[in-house]
Design a protein around this ligand. Structure first.
Ligand SMILES: *Cc1c(COP(=O)(O)O)cnc(C)c1O
Length: 229
């Protein structure tokens, strides 16, 4: 079995190669290590190998893991990448650097309410269903621009960009990544502070090099780092 450290090194080499191909600076792509279902000890192992940003998908598991003594006093950054329901926001709001999975206006509103109540400032991404598959979470792309003014006006939260989970078919996935980038460009034209709206969270173990070629600024990689779930 490959070690987490060597997996991370291999991924960084693939990130560098994809960036070279796309004429991009590798510093513009953040690797988020998705550690769902994996124990805190493996998160620690990845951190010790230089990985700082981690992603979790399930609220209960995330809360438990983030409190694990093995991660105490470790300056890692957590991303919540799963689908987030309004009633779970309170459990994660003060533990995360970025929330990727907001896909309804009502959830953004509740995030804002909870942030105001706690005097926090929270950054988030909108999850967009670029594949149109009914089984997937995410806001339909056509709803994003019409909602933008209302989203931008919510206090104590800042929309930093868009997130998607692409189709398994790689050619489809490329089209979906491109459509997300185009949607972000459109959204930026409507933003009061376009520079803040800079993130495209797209690409997982099977498609992150394609996502980078299409402009991903954050890739969410689990299996290729931690092994099969
Ligand atoms: C599990 C998960 C990932 C990582 O997927 P891999 O294929 O294991 O790399 C990325 N994003 C989200 C939202 C996930 O739930």
């Amino acid at each position: 079995m490959e070690s987490i450290a060597s997996n991370l090194q291999a991924i960084h080499e693939q990130i560098d190669a994809a960036c070279l191909k796309a004429g991009r600076d590798p510093a513009g792509v953040s690797l988020i290590a998705v550690s769902k279902t994996k124990p805190a000890a493996l998160v620690r192992e990845a951190f010790d190998a230089g990985q700082v940003e981690f992603g979790e998908s399930y609220v209960q598991e995330f809360v438990q893991k983030s409190e694990d003594p093995v991660l105490e006093n470790i300056p890692l950054k957590w991303h919540f990448v799963g689908h987030l329901q309004s009633n779970k926001i309170r459990m994660i709001i003060d533990r995360v650097a970025l929330i990727h999975g907001i896909d309804r206006f009502s959830t953004a509103e509740e995030l804002s309410r909870q942030a105001v109540k706690r005097n926090l400032h929270v950054e988030y991404l909108l999850e967009v269903n670029t594949s149109g598959e009914a089984s997937k979470y995410g806001m339909p792309p056509a709803e994003v621009l019409p909602l933008s003014a209302a989203l931008f006006s919510l206090p104590n939260i800042t929309l930093r960009g868009l997130m998607t989970i692409a189709s398994p078919d790689i050619a489809e996935a490329k089209r979906e990544f491109r459509s997300l980038r185009i949607l972000l460009d459109e959204l930026r034209k409507l933003a009061p502070d376009p520079l803040k709206l800079s993130e495209l969270s797209m690409g997982m173990s099977g498609d992150f090099t394609e996502a980078i070629e299409e402009g991903a600024t954050m890739i969410r990689v689990g299996t290729a780092i931690f092994g099969w779930r």
